[in-house]
Design a protein around this ligand. Sequence first.
Ligand code: F6P
Length: 358
Amino acid sequence: MKRRIGILTSGGDCPGLNATIRGVAKACYEKFGDDVEIIGIHDGYFGLINGLCKEMNQSDFSGILTTGGTIFGTKRTPFKMMQVIEDDKVDKVKAMKATYKKQKLDCLLTLGGNGTHKTANLLSSEGLNVIGLPKTIDNDIWGTSVTFGFHTAVDTATDVIDRLHSTANSHGRILVAEIMGNKAGWLTLYSGIAGGADMIVIPEIPYDIEKLAAACERRDSKGFSIMAVAEGAFDKEEAKMKKKERAKLRAEQGITTATARIAKQIEQMTGRETRVCIPGHMLRGGSPSAYDRVLATKFGVHAAELVAKEKYGYAVAMIKEVVSENKLEDVAGKTKFVPEDDQMVKYAKALGVSFGDK
Ligand code: F6P
């Protein structure tokens, strides 16, 4: 009996998607030989809704280990772009189930982040055989210590921070790097430490601008400071507000992220020239690092093993340094934040790095 395996990538892309797809495909061809057919679904769940499917050849998976992006294309989850009208959701689920049936799929592998896992769980609860694989530069998927794409982004962000040192030093300036990561601070924390940032500001530790300014002043003899600020950061006052109130306040202040406000306030408070650097989507681009290629390969092979065991309704994960899996229903709808007692935060504080809290 031929197994038909559908694969899609959904949500924001990241380095390592193609390496994971390759890992799944190669392991499946090794395991099942001619008894497997891989169906590439284009543009994520949008493609599943609209039937954008293509039967792949073994050769399609060659030469993609090192490439960035995704050979299947991606879109944000189908329920994010628009107001969720219940009927609309029902119709979309119906359409996805119809494509799954029409393509005679035995299972569907979804490579993505939190939104992707939520939809994967929804489809699983509707009776489809689904396996999720954890992708994101944000490293914020619950139940896995690491996601593929994260370490490449850490390397890129670290390179950005490294490059800010010499120019900040030459001019005696404060340089503020805004790092992606959505609502979580993992990417800023790791690249901030790796890049030797003097201040690290993350959403999990709301900042006090006075404390950040004081930390800059303490370094004044050095003449420059490097601050790594997560795009999702907010100050202690904003931390008490609801999302809508915060958005309203920021609109009044004419800012969207905390970074611009921090830079402006720090310049006023310290009298030092302050500049902002936003690497943005550069953090999602390029070839996966060696670490991510290895991780992607492990996750891909593990997913193929789950297919062989017909173990569906699971999300591949790294648990205590062993590749394993969690139930999709346990992962869906959750976010993994930097915990208050995180070791990396402690190590950074031990070095004198300011998080703007004390
Ligand atoms: O989830 C990955 C991520 O790059 C986040 O860090 C960032 O907030 C978001 O996606 C940006 O999304 P988009 O590519 O849709 O602008």
